[in-house]
Design a binder for this molecule. Structure first.
Ligand code: ZN
Length: 499
């Protein structure tokens, strides 16, 4: 235990080190809370026979975008060649004359080589690629509910994911190490169009800056040298194709991630029709199994108290870097937390595993603007750790979790800050994650368990497949608080006014 505490303090000082360096405060003005965009698919009542749809607005041919990524990876050369086809339905309610895509690999010099773009089969050259953004003008207006096909061919030259001084930059994920390649945010995707604005924020030192519409993915993967193909962990369910390639599919997903290593060992378990797999490096079997067990337990808890998981697989991946990160049906855990794993449930790896599992509800199902309102998924995922411990290891809740995950950091500040105003990693997570968890605890005490969990379930049901805002969160919360006044708690923890 003493050893554990020593390691914990070491980790704490490591995090503080990160905090110390990321103190560049943004001078941007605080974001104003936006009205939740109307989603015609779920909010417009079905038309009755007397009022047919206007002939110029047919119903959407596609419920959401589809991405097909025919991908050839040369593992030893650290390259990927991708033929990408996007079927994009215009669900914005407005005519579109341009599409905006995020292409974050282009943030690394020479990593992203865009070979060609075609729109509805016609090659286009008048697009612009600047930093992480591609603007593609459309030759003709795309009407509401119309579908456009984009085809992009590109090559990724994976950068070495150098783990620099954590005092200077956050741990790197995208790229390769000597025992892993990590493809995250690796393909261009059409960014959400919210209130007639394309939503693509600037990257930051910590936190996530991308916002995702849900989409269906089919990734057809081949390796240049099939004989030495690595073990692959991905967001999708695999299916072997006759030509030797593997097809991975997932529906209504936010971000398709893929990690591969020749060193991966795999442990899997089945719950109902979902396969949960833990991928870890040699000599970490105990921690790899511990991650699987904690993930399974939290998966059961969240399925019960929130609502069902929506995919068929879930991959837990030991990253060859020190960061935990969520993607669709996939998350990384930091390699440092595997080193700290002590076989108990009172350790960082367990808490982060159940935190990242919670993101499969709060991020994956109910999405939010991760740059401007990061608290929406982080507060709920942090508080989900509390719910996991109370349901499965209640003895550790008071003895351990409240102090080590929350109180030890002496969290301060308003919950609803954008990543750019976090004043460093430590103050940012203390506010958006930990203060948020304290807020939810006080709300729960005030309104009672029944109303609180009814709120969580309702929030999941109303938000599933959408990008929600703070206004949505508080509208649903107030509805469940009923006549119980929680305005003093909101005023204490939140700086913006929510309708
Ligand atoms: Zn998180």
């Amino acid at each position: 235990m003493r050893n554990h505490r020593k390691l914990f303090l070491f980790l704490l000082s490591f995090l503080l080190l990160i905090a110390a360096c990321s103190s560049n405060a943004s001078t941007e003005t605080p974001p104003t809370e936006q009205i939740f965009p109307t989603n015609p698919a779920s909010e417009t009542p079905a038309p009755v026979a007397e009022t047919p749809l206007p002939t110029n607005t047919p119903p959407p041919a596609l419920e959401r975008a589809t991405y097909t990524l025919n991908t050839l990876i040369d593992y030893d050369a650290h390259t990927a060649t991708v033929d990408e086809t996007i079927q994009y339905p215009n669900l914005t309610g407005n005519q579109l004359n341009t599409l905006v895509l995020a292409a974050t690999p282009n943030l690394w010099d020479g990593s992203f080589v865009l070979n060609s773009i075609a729109v509805d089969g016609q090659p286009v050259s008048n697009f612009s690629l600047t930093s992480q953004r591609i603007d593609i003008p459309l030759a003709s207006l795309l009407p509401p509910n119309g579908v456009v096909e984009l085809r992009l061919n590109f090559t990724l030259n994976l950068p070495f994911a150098e783990q620099e001084d954590p005092g200077i930059s956050r741990p790197r994920i995208y790229g390769y190490t000597n025992r892993q390649i990590n493809l995250v945010n690796w393909y261009p995707f059409v960014v959400p169009n919210i209130n007639a604005e394309w939503t693509l924020h600037d990257p930051w030192y910590y936190g996530e800056h991308l916002v995702y519409d849900p989409a269906d993915y089919e990734v057809n993967l081949k390796f240049a040298d099939p004989a030495s193909a690595p073990i692959v962990a991905s967001s999708g369910v695999p299916e072997a194709l006759p030509d030797g390639s593997i097809r991975y599919t997932i529906e209504s997903a936010r971000a398709f991630a893929l990690s591969a290593s020749r060193d991966f060992q795999v442990s899997s378990t089945q719950i109902d029709d979902v396969t949960i797999s833990s991928y870890y490096f040699p000599f970490y079997e105990s921690a790899g199994q511990g991650a699987l067990q904690a993930t399974l337990e939290s998966f059961q808890v969240y399925s019960q108290v929130y609502g069902p998981y929506t995919h068929k697989s879930l991959a837990i991946v030991m990253g060859d870097f020190n960061d935990g990160m969520e993607y669709s049906a996939f998350f990384y855990l930091s390699k440092g937390s595997y080193d700290l794993y002590d076989g108990t449930y009172a350790n960082l790896m367990t808490t982060v595993a159940v935190h990242e599992t919670a993101h499969q509800w709060w991020f994956e199902q109910v999405a939010n603007d991760q740059a401007l309102q990061p608290w929406l998924d982080e507060t709920l995922s942090t508080y989900s750790e509390r719910i996991y411990y109370e349901k499965t290891h209640p003895d550790l809740l008071d003895q351990w979790w409240w102090y080590y995950r929350l109180a030890a950091y002496n969290p301060q500040g308003f919950v609803d800050i954008p990543i750019y105003e976090g004043q460093g990693f430590q103050p940012y997570t203390s506010a958006a994650y930990r203060q948020g968890a304290y807020f939810l605890e006080k709300v729960r005490e005030r309104i009672g368990d029944e109303a609180f969990f009814a709120f969580m379930q309702d929030y999941l049901n109303q938000g599933r497949g959408r990008i929600v805002t703070g206004n949505d969160f508080f509208r649903i919360l107030r509805a469940h608080a009923g006549s119980t006044d929680i305005s003093d708690l909101i005023n204490q923890y939140f700086r913006s006014v929510y309708q």
